[in-house]
Write a protein that binds this ligand. Structure first.
Ligand SMILES: [Fe+2]
Length: 238
């Protein structure tokens, strides 16, 4: 069963699974402010050259969308995409975001897709990969546990049912204001759950190198085969 984007057809709110709620997600329709910013073109060029990462003022959603979009477009067009640089710049913008009101849509264009989730404690997105897209998760409220891993062995997409090895690279607790990122080649696999007493509200920024980008779930052994190296056995479910 793949999580994304197959199961995110609605704009939200939608119960995606028990304890997993899609609260809202970016729609192709852009708000008047974003359209004006996007169509003007100037701010994009100015921001694209040196996005205001050195400025720490709050950013309204439209300004963030206008600053992030040229970075994302440049990234997915690049011959040698510098994903870490991109994620660091995106994170610098996202950390300044003044979260729009509950009713406001998260207007942004592809290759960026944004979704807001509410995860109950212990519930969320079990181990899965990210094919042809990268991601940045911002914890908006509550607490989330994010375990990240790399697939070992050189083949990032072993066929269904074939056992392969994961190396866990991080097991973090995200609280409000903290973020966790992944690229197509670094920490591309993770397990995201609500934690603590109230679970978590997360804002997920996905950037697609290919419109067909998606995630595939895997089963991962509970116990590591190499505790010291944090290596686990896993298999893809499709
Ligand atoms: Fe994910």
């Amino acid at each position: 069963m793949s999580w994304f984007p197959d199961r995110m057809t609605e704009a939200g709110p939608t119960e995606m699974d028990e304890g997993v709620r899609l609260e809202r997600r970016s729609l192709l329709k852009a708000s008047a402010g974003a359209l004006a910013l996007l169509s003007l073109g100037w701010p994009q060029r100015a921001l694209a050259q040196e996005p205001a990462v050195d400025d720490d003022a709050d950013l309204a959603w439209d300004a963030l969308a206008a600053a992030a979009l040229p970075l994302a477009e440049k990234l997915v067009r690049a011959k040698k995409p510098r994903e870490e640089v991109y994620l660091a710049r995106l994170a610098a913008l996202v950390h300044r975001l003044k979260l729009p009101g509950d009713r406001d849509s998260l207007a942004v264009k592809r290759p960026i897709v944004v979704a807001q989730f509410k995860l109950e404690p212990g519930r969320g997105f079990p181990w899965h990969d990210h094919r042809d897209y990268n991601g940045l998760i911002l914890c908006v409220a509550g607490e989330a546990r994010v375990r990240s891993a790399d697939i070992l062995g050189g083949n990032p997409r072993p066929p269904k049912g074939r056992t392969f090895q994961l190396r866990e690279t991080a097991d973090v607790r995200l609280t409000a204001g903290r973020a966790s990122g992944l690229t197509r080649t670094r920490d591309n696999v993770h397990d995201v759950r609500g934690a603590g007493r109230d679970g978590a509200r997360l804002l997920d920024f996905f950037t697609f190198f290919d419109a067909g980008g998606r995630s595939v779930s895997m089963t991962v052994a509970d116990k590591p085969r190499d505790p010291e190296q944090r290596v686990y056995e896993a298999t893809f479910v499709e």
